[in-house]
Design a protein around this ligand. Structure first.
Ligand code: SF4
Length: 310
């Protein structure tokens, strides 16, 4: 398309969703939560007001133009730089996309507004809805997701449960574990009770894989994730590194691209500049973040500084 894209990103390859075109329906970073692991950054104001923050007609016009360029999409995924259900026109956006294509529409949400019947109705026409639920007790919810003070975890769980009963599409839940915060047995066994009640089609288990908003948020080990998977049962699946979360689709960031590259081999900044066709200063900024988050390390070889995954 001739003009710069404002609301769409990708398509990006996604383990769950195949080749997925992302649609961002919310300005950065408008969210009901301030999750410690959030890769979009800290939430300055945890808002609950639903508005047409980006106009549905503008989003749909761009989606129409972009999908004409990509005939092989597996999904169109509404996620974003914040919580997508805060856009009060998300229902119109889903229906509008479905009128223009047969490509299935997925919504990645933090689930906090699902106790509102209007929000549940708005999501009814999506083919897949993936709500996250990182905690089931108020204390742990507070620690891991730092919610707007008006949000109550019991109401959120009720909302997700109701949505499961009303919705005819596919529901895949997501839990993101942070070491020492929401991965202890106590919370995990309580999560199991809630999941057994909700009965989602699948539960994806994830952990911190990119620089988090709060640097103390560290990943849960793969060994612990496997133990948790055993406790939570068969419908749970540990998702691999570089899998999208409800926000990462919008942020197939420079940092993510660099990590993917460094996973294959150590490189200098100049080599990354060529491989990624990015400006040096953009690469250096992302490398700083990745170093701070201890995702990568450096070493010197033949007088040159190399970066590699930890
Ligand atoms: S991870 Fe998602 S729900 Fe949590 S603060 Fe970031 S955008 Fe909001």
């Amino acid at each position: 398309m001739s003009t710069q894209r404002k609301y769409t990103f990708g398509p990006v390859p996604s383990r769950r969703l195949g080749l997925s075109l992302g649609v961002d329906v919310i300005p950065k970073k408008l969210c009901t939560l301030d999750c410690v692991y959030c890769e979009v950054g800290v939430t300055d104001k945890r808002g609950l007001a639903r508005k047409e923050y980006f106009l549905a007609k503008d989003i749909l016009a761009e989606v129409k133009e972009v999908i004409a360029e990509y005939p092989n999409l597996d999904h169109i995924t509404i996620s974003g730089s914040g919580e997508p259900t805060l856009n009060s026109k998300i229902g119109d956006i889903i229906r509008g996309i479905k009128q223009m294509t047969t490509v299935p529409v997925a919504v990645l949400t933090n689930g906090t507004l699902l106790d509102d019947p209007t929000v549940r109705r708005d999501l009814m026409d999506a083919d897949i809805v993936s709500p996250s639920l990182d905690a089931v007790t108020p204390e742990v919810f507070e620690k891991v997701d730092r919610p707007n003070p008006k949000l109550r975890i019991d109401n959120i769980i009720k909302g997700i449960r109701k949505f499961r009963q009303e919705y005819r599409g596919r529901m895949w839940m997501e839990i993101l574990f942070v070491a020492g915060i929401n991965d202890q047995d106590d919370e995990v066994y309580k999560m199991k009770q809630v999941i057994d009640e909700i009965q989602p089609e699948k539960v994806h288990l994830n952990t911190v894989i990119r620089p988090p908003a709060y640097l103390f948020a560290q990943p849960t080990s793969q060994e612990r994730l496997k133990e948790i998977q055993k406790i939570l049962g068969e419908r749970c699946e540990i998702v691999g590194i570089f899998k999208e979360t409800h926000t990462t689709q919008a942020h197939t960031t420079d940092g993510q691209a660099i990590l993917a590259l460094l996973k294959r081999r150590a490189m200098t900044v100049d080599q990354m500049t060529v491989s990624l066709e990015m400006k040096k200063e953009e690469i250096v900024g992302s490398l700083d973040q990745l170093l701070q988050g201890k995702f990568i390390k450096t070493y010197t070889f033949n007088g040159e500084e190399y970066f590699q995954v930890q």
